[in-house]
Design a protein around this ligand. Structure first.
Ligand SMILES: [Zn+2]
Length: 379
């Protein structure tokens, strides 16, 4: 038996990806300058999560797993050599936007971003190694920058290298796994991850995300994979205002039964805590309690079908205030127990509403997803 049930990947190099501040307000006719606020994908969020994990005593109960620099060959399992070279050159030029087609307008690179992205990808692979080699039963990798929007040749949505895709390839190539399940609960659609495995029946990609959101037209029900991969991409688009109960129902009605049928040998979670009620970049109304529930369900699934082998990789989450609360809530079920951190705004009526809301629109979306995915799965 491993001495620690749960491992934890973190590296100070992640923080050298500095997205800076925003100071410009755009108007119809021009712009004006104001006092700075952090870029939405601020390093403060990762710092605060780390401090929450430290302060709650969780870090001390987890096995520290170092990150490492991913080699170019390891990155090139998905990304093109031209793209990798472009990111290196572009990052060296400092924080600039929109001057190279390989990076979209909102993804900021700083001089430390290339190295940070290599460490994040290496950290994801080390997280896989620790679980596959039995050093821990499961682990959480607090990565930065995130990865799930990055395609083979495009940085977008704050993502540079696709940590999830690189980790899944690493698991397959190093340990000969035949079936890996990726669950992406980040509120935005994991388009880069979907692209990577669209024709691949060995990687089941399940994504829950806000419908009609980001990227545009990505993550529709009808996108199910192609060729031998048909049916192995499972999109579950949900309406704004889904809340804790809707997410729980999506897991109970779709994610868990599909996982039980697929019987993966490893589960990788793209864990973006941006479906929360305080997130500025989505409107899904999840609370700490909701995140705890979906994490518990995935831990239980992993225990039932793959000896607990579960790797969680940090993705998005943009409420500087609330993401750390939700991240503690997804990490705690990995170890077991509850350190008793009080919900932010615990007495808010709105918070209570997020725990109980279950609209007809959400129920219709779940029914539509069940009906559609019945074409490939017994659900
Ligand atoms: Zn996101």
């Amino acid at each position: 038996m491993p001495t620690h049930r749960t491992g934890f990947v973190f590296d100070e190099h992640f923080l050298s990806h500095d997205t800076g501040v925003q100071t410009t307000v755009t108007t119809r006719t021009g712009s004006f300058e104001v006092a700075p606020e952090p870029h939405p994908s601020s390093l403060y969020i990762i710092q605060r999560i780390k401090q929450f994990l430290d302060g709650s005593g969780l870090t001390a109960q987890m096995l520290p797993i170092p990150a490492r620099v991913a080699s170019e060959d390891e990155i090139a399992v998905y990304h093109t050599r031209e793209y990798i070279a472009g990111i290196r050159a572009h990052a060296a030029g400092g924080p600039v936007r929109g001057t190279w087609g390989g990076v979209d307008d909102e993804t900021v690179l700083s001089p430390g971003s290339f190295e940070a992205a290599l460490y994040a990808a290496g950290g994801a692979m080390n997280a896989v190694d620790a679980v596959m080699q039995g050093h821990v039963r499961n682990d959480y990798a607090l990565l930065r920058p995130p990865g799930h929007h990055a395609t083979r040749n495009q940085a977008m949505g704050f993502c540079i290298f696709n940590n999830t895709v690189i980790a899944a390839h690493h698991a397959r190539n190093t340990y000969g796994l035949e079936r890996i399940m990726i669950v992406d609960w980040d509120v935005h659609h994991g388009n880069g991850t979907q692209d990577a495995f669209y024709q691949d029946p060995g990687i089941l990609f399940v994504s829950l995300h806000q419908h009609d959101w980001y990227p545009r037209l990505s993550g529709e029900l009808e996108q199910v994979g192609s060729g031998a991969g048909a049916g192995y991409t499972v999109n579950i688009p949900l309406p704004a205002g889904t809340g804790d109960r809707g997410f729980r129902a999506a897991f109970e009605q779709l994610v868990i039964p599909i996982g039980l049928q697929f019987r993966p040998q490893l589960i990788i979670i793209t864990a973006g805590q941006d479906a929360s009620w305080l997130d500025p970049l989505a409107q899904m109304m999840m609370t700490m309690a909701g995140f705890r529930q979906i994490s518990e369900l995935m831990v239980d699934l992993a225990e039932e079908i793959c000896d607990g082998r579960l790797v969680m990789l940090q993705a998005g989450g943009y409420s500087v205030a609330y993401v750390p609360y939700c991240t503690v809530a997804v990490v705690e079920p990995l170890l077991g127990g509850d350190r008793g951190i009080e919900n932010l705004y615990a007495t808010s009526a709105e918070l209570q509403r997020c725990k109980t809301i279950f609209t007809q629109e959400t129920q219709r979306a779940l029914a539509a997803a069940r009906k559609w995915h019945k074409n490939w799965w017994k659900i």
